[in-house]
Design a protein around this ligand. Structure first.
Ligand code: HEC
Length: 146
């Protein structure tokens, strides 16, 4: 009887270890299987962007392009719905310093006394994400910053 119990518990341990091993493998596969990130990374590498600028580009496509447009020209699908509409970055960004853009990204356009139409991202995104976005805006305004 004792022998039977010992064998049974040994089998159970083997089963639990095997199952948790399988679970770990699945999780790490999922982490590296985001095709969107792969596409972005490849394209950005082709364009000669740095790692930070690549991150910024990915974040911009996810959170900002809906209003600002893919290339920041103020032509996102939600732009018509806003008053004022998002400006064309290729013209507007050079009027201010990157520290001013960062204040807007972190606290929203209201944080610099403008409309509340550009939402604040400081509570949702990490500080390094905000830096990456500023890095990508620099690419949009000045292609030689690549
Ligand atoms: C809901 C729409 C919307 C989203 C989403 C949005 N913005 Fe804006 N953004 C605006 C509007 C509208 C303005 C102009 C606000 C004003 O002038 O009062 C603006 C202005 C700005 C400006 C100032 C530009 C300039 O040169 O004057 C920056 C920088 C900016 N947004 C960055 C971002 C970034 C980065 C993101 C994504 C993390 C983002 N915005 C997401 C609507 C949006």
């Amino acid at each position: 009887m004792t022998r039977f119990l010992r064998t049974l518990s040994a089998l159970l341990i083997v089963a639990v270890v095997a199952a948790s091993g399988a679970a770990c493998r699945k999780e790490s596969e999922a982490l590296y299987a985001d095709p969107l990130i792969n596409v972005f990374t490849e394209r950005a590498r082709d364009e000669g962007l740095t790692r930070e600028q690549t991150d910024g580009k990915r974040l911009f496509a996810r959170y900002c392009a809906t209003c600002h447009g893919d290339a920041g020209q103020g032509d996102g699908q939600n732009a018509y719905n806003l008053d004022p509409e998002p400006p064309d970055f290729s013209e507007s960004l050079k009027l201010h310093q990157p520290s001013y853009w960062r204040r807007i990204i972190e606290g929203g356009s209201a944080a610099v006394g403008r409309s509340p139409q550009c939402p604040p991202w400081g509570r949702m995104l990490a500080s390094s994400d905000l830096d990456a976005l500023v890095g990508y805006l620099q690419v949009l305004t000045n292609p030689s910053a690549r």
